[in-house]
Ligand binder design. Structure first.
Ligand code: FE2
Length: 289
């Protein structure tokens, strides 16, 4: 009963007027009318909104949603999570309706990052239209990947690997970093989840993958035209082989637009990387606020 894929991301944001051009005009996601009043909702495929951004007095990670197969698997996961000592809340019909899913549970990881498991996404059969991007790569690989900031990456690893069943794919453990980074997968996407040791929990990073190199190049052009602050220049990662660049979101998340990520089709030995990129990915510090 594995977790299938990263299904959705819900963020509580400070300033919708800065996020709307970022998500719609830079990243090229399809803005749709969402079920959460006052929020910005974006589709990239037939799934209900993959991104829901809700203005809030307390910005931060709203929830990371992971898809499971059916109600039975959801109940099995709820049992396992409770037996690990963590509280599980069953989503209300209203919460399911907001997310356009059939059932869901909520819980926090050991650092307090809000997670949800859901089953039964309610498909949207209006064709997805993303005129700025030829296609987003989703399907069995889910919406993309996220990196969570965690207080203790060993404890977080125990939870995501030991309780939720994510496969360890690779680590990054070099003297310049304080603590070990874990990259975990649950489907052919090399990693759907990264765990980064940090001083506070939260969403550090998210990535969406486009279907062509031109999509990434055109995204780079849009970033320059729109003065979206660059974080890492074009480069190719050593773990998922993604060709990508990174920008800073309006609230400082590291946002990656990538292409050509590797599919991991069979169980592979865990390995350690010593560099993030084969080439490129030159770092620019965040703009001062
Ligand atoms: Fe990434």
């Amino acid at each position: 009963m594995p977790i299938l894929s990263l299904g959705y991301l819900r963020l509580d944001i400070a300033d919708a007027s800065r996020w709307q051009p970022f998500m719609r005009d830079f990243l090229g996601l399809m803005e749709v009318d969402g079920a959460t009043p006052g929020s910005l909702s974006y589709r990239i495929d037939e799934y209900p909104a993959r991104f829901v951004l809700s203005p809030s007095e307390a910005p931060g990670l709203g929830a990371i949603g992971w898809e499971v197969t059916d109600r039975r698997d959801l109940a099995d996961f709820a049992d396992r999570i409770e037996r690990s000592g963590r509280a599980v809340t069953v989503g209300t019909p209203g919460e399911c309706a907001e997310r356009a899913v059939t059932g869901l549970i909520r819980f926090e990881d050991p650092s307090g990052n809000p997670n949800e498991l859901f089953w039964g996404p309610v498909y949207d059969h209006q064709p997805v239209r993303t005129p700025l991007v030829s296609r987003f790569v989703t399907g069995d690989q889910g919406l993309g990947h996220v990196i969570l900031s965690v207080l203790d990456s060993e404890e977080a690893f125990e939870f995501y690997n030991g309780v939720l069943g994510f496969e360890e794919r690779n680590v990054l453990d070099i003297p310049q970093l304080e603590g070990r980074y874990y990259f975990l997968g649950c489907n052919p996407r090399q990693h759907s989840l990264g765990l980064a040791p940090g001083n506070a929990p939260g969403l550090a990073h998210f990535m969406v993958e486009a279907a062509s190199l031109d999509d990434v190049g055109l995204g780079l052009d849009r970033a320059h035209h729109m003065d979206v602050p660059m974080m890492q220049s074009l480069g190719r990662h050593t773990n998922d082989r993604m060709v990508s660049f990174y920008v800073y979101s309006p609230e400082g998340h590291h946002v990656e637009l990538g292409f050509d990520g590797e599919r991991v089709e069979t169980r592979q030995p865990v390995y350690a990387i010593t560099e993030g990129a084969f080439w490129g990915h030159r770092f620019t510090p965040p703009p001062s606020a």
